[in-house]
Design a protein around this ligand. Structure first.
Ligand code: CA
Length: 192
């Protein structure tokens, strides 16, 4: 947590610790960036208004080398600040004053979302593959996007499942052909 107001930092940290999170606090921007580099946290609660380096700059710096989820705290209910905050990579924001309970709920929600769409990872739950809004039921060859069924040919489904199982990976043509082994080459060509 990067927050310069000790009472807020202490209250939030106490609540998060009570919920089972490990919490470390930095009270200014530069200290926060250093703490993030040292700890590599799962999530950062970041105050927008900080002495020295403001929250937006801190957000940019801590995300320079990796995508860490950020929940931004702001005293200003100004759309511009929020848009800028979300634009530099904050995942969500809370406007002060907020209840510690609300903060814990947001922290959990941001962690869930980031785990589901983490760079290079698909969640495989049995025979289900989920990437963002896409849900693939592999044995039944059923595809849904945001809860809506999408009709795909078997070849299209196999290609999508192969790609979705390893987001970010680059496949060669022959690797895709191997992956859809069993599906006729002609239908593969048609799908492409
Ligand atoms: Ca502040």
């Amino acid at each position: 947590m990067i927050e310069d107001e000790p009472t807020i930092a202490a209250a939030v940290a106490a609540r998060l610790r009570a919920e089972g999170f490990d919490v470390e606090i930095a009270s200014d921007g530069l200290g926060g960036v250093a703490l993030c580099q040292r700890l590599r946290p799962d999530l950062v609660v970041l105050d927008l208004m900080l002495p020295g380096l403001d929250g937006l700059e801190v957000c940019r710096r801590i995300q320079r080398d990796r995508q860490v989820p950020v929940l931004m705290l702001t005293a200003k209910d100004s759309e511009t600040d929020l848009e800028v905050g979300l634009g530099v990579g904050a995942d969500d924001y809370l406007t002060k004053p907020f209840s510690p309970r609300e903060l814990v709920a947001r922290v959990r929600a941001v962690l869930r979302r980031s785990e589901a769409s983490r760079d290079g990872e698909a969640t495989r739950n049995g025979e289900l593959i989920r990437v963002g809004d896409v849900l693939l039921d592999v044995p039944r060859m059923r595809a849904e996007v945001a809860g809506r069924r999408v009709e795909l040919t078997p070849t299209e489904f196999q290609l999508l499942a192969t790609l979705a199982a390893q987001p970010g990976r680059i496949f060669t043509r022959s690797q895709l052909l191997d992956a859809i082994h069993g599906v006729a080459f002609e239908s593969y060509e048609r799908a492409i």
